[in-house]
Design a protein around this ligand. Sequence first.
Ligand code: ZN
Length: 564
Amino acid sequence: MKFEEMPLVVPNLKKAEKTFSRLTNRIKNAQTKEEAIKVVKDYFKASDELGSEITIISIRNSIDTRDEIYEKANEVCNEILPVISGYTQNFNKALVESKFKSELEEKFGKYLFDRIENSFKTFNESIIPELQQENKLVTEYEKLMASAQIEFKGEKRNLSQLGKFLSDTDRNTRLEAAKLYFGFLSDNDKRFGEIYDELVKIRTRMAQKLGYKNYVELGYLRLDRLDYNAEMVKGYRDQIYECVVPVVKKLRERQAKRLNIKNPLFIDYNLEFLSGNAKPVGNTEYLVDCASKMYHEMSSESGKFFDFMVDNHLMDLDAKAGKRGGGYMTFIPRYKSPFIFANSNGTSQDVDTLTHEVGHAFQGYLCANVKVPDYRMPTLEACEIDSMSMEFFAWPWMDLFFKDQADKYRFSHLDGAISFLPYGVEVDEFQHFVYENPNITHEERCKKWAELEKKYRPWLNYEGFDYLINGKYWIRQSHIFASPFYYIDYTLAQVIALQFKCLMDKNYAKAWKKYIKLLKLGGKYPFLTLLEKAKLRNPFIDGNVKKVIKPQIKVLDSFDDKNF
Ligand code: ZN
């Protein structure tokens, strides 16, 4: 079914209550193993139906945040979702108490039951008010970010439309755009600070109600991190600090030389080459055609999948007024359809969307028939492996998208992948500090950010931008507001994607096979087990980050970037 034909159905709380309490009674009263299995399957169907309704609303709302119907529907979802969590928890409680539990575990896998036990640790009805407030505040943050209407070069622009000028070849344009961009954030700093402060306090209260000291442990459990903890993550951050920060420092020096700038400002690093960053050679329509050719040549499976996305209008790519910022992939179970949302702006990011988000969608597509909803998609860090590795698998086809600038793109893609790691762990360390010290002020939080910036990105110079000198860059990072502790996942996945890159440099076909194997495992196992099954290195083991980075520094050195 085409996306625009999918009906908009606003979930009804009474109906949901009836459905789930009926299922709960049925699992309690099941007399045979077969009957219990049937109830669980019906439960999966009901969750998929409800999930589909909510997903369709959230997609439509993000495409046009000004539409009141979608806005209202989205508000209803935010209100009733936590209440519905209560109903599904009742079902899950009855499920784990079922006399057929071991038979059900055998049928559906133990991991499902581990996830259910985990959900008990992260939710009970006493935290519903906090969950509702949390949703509201995150929506307010997103709306405030999307509300920017900034006059620049004769046009009103939102932040993502203004964003493309931050890497303009003309230094004054970059500076002016940056002043307006961060000026908007600065003008709203008071409210941004309050929203975050309220979020931190609400999350801390939730943690305490559930019996945790602070939000850190609860945050990890809410992300279903069942096989690693904050201590392992700290060790991993140390690996990045020790073996990646010095590499990135050198890359920035190499960049400054290339740009012929003696004392670069932070904004100068957005420009990678004097001749401009690699730009795709066509508009969205053209790029989608290139992507179609690429996915057909990559494999028959990926070709069929991409046709499915195009034929059913499952991509909304162009930036438009009223559209939410950023990009994402989501999945609509009822129609077994992935959906891709992006804000194309004429930069190489548009190509990244067609590799990154499409990588996510490809995984969703390959696992669309998995019956257990929890097993369809892995936990978030593993999801990002699928997308970030696809960015590298697409390298041989970059000539289609960039013509004579393809090498320029490849160089800056790899440079960017490695350079991202220190920033990613900085965001993570910041959040650990914030939730371990929930009562500090906005300004104290910003002071910590400034300190971490010096640790992980000592090359940054914010001269003339007091707002950023005062440690406020993080305000633009929506994950810090919306999904605490999630950000490190991108770095973990990047390290694995770089492993795939090392593998494909040796043998592309073999690397692709391993990739497909990982994709088809979906979310059947937790993160580290997935890596083990696909025979990939565990990034938490000391020394493994270095093993992956070293060969790729050589690849970067093989480019003649001075002449780009
Ligand atoms: Zn992603």
